[in-house]
Design a protein around this ligand. Structure first.
Ligand SMILES: [Zn+2]
Length: 55
């Protein structure tokens, strides 16, 4: 009895955001704070003005 092997869905791994601690997908910007690798990479509604990019 063969069974298709491509219908497995791998569960999404979640890591804790290093900035806010919310669970987020690895190698993606945090959906909560928009940070990735310690800096903001996406715009999320925050009150902070746009920070300077790495000086
Ligand atoms: Zn975060």
């Amino acid at each position: 009895m063969r069974r298709a092997n491509h219908d497995k869905v791998t569960p999404v791994q979640l890591i804790a955001c290093s900035n806010c601690g919310e669970p987020s997908v690895p190698h993606r910007a945090c959906p909560s704070c928009g940070h990735y690798k310690g800096r903001p990479v996406t715009k999320v509604a925050t009150k902070n003005a746009t920070a300077k990019k790495e000086a």
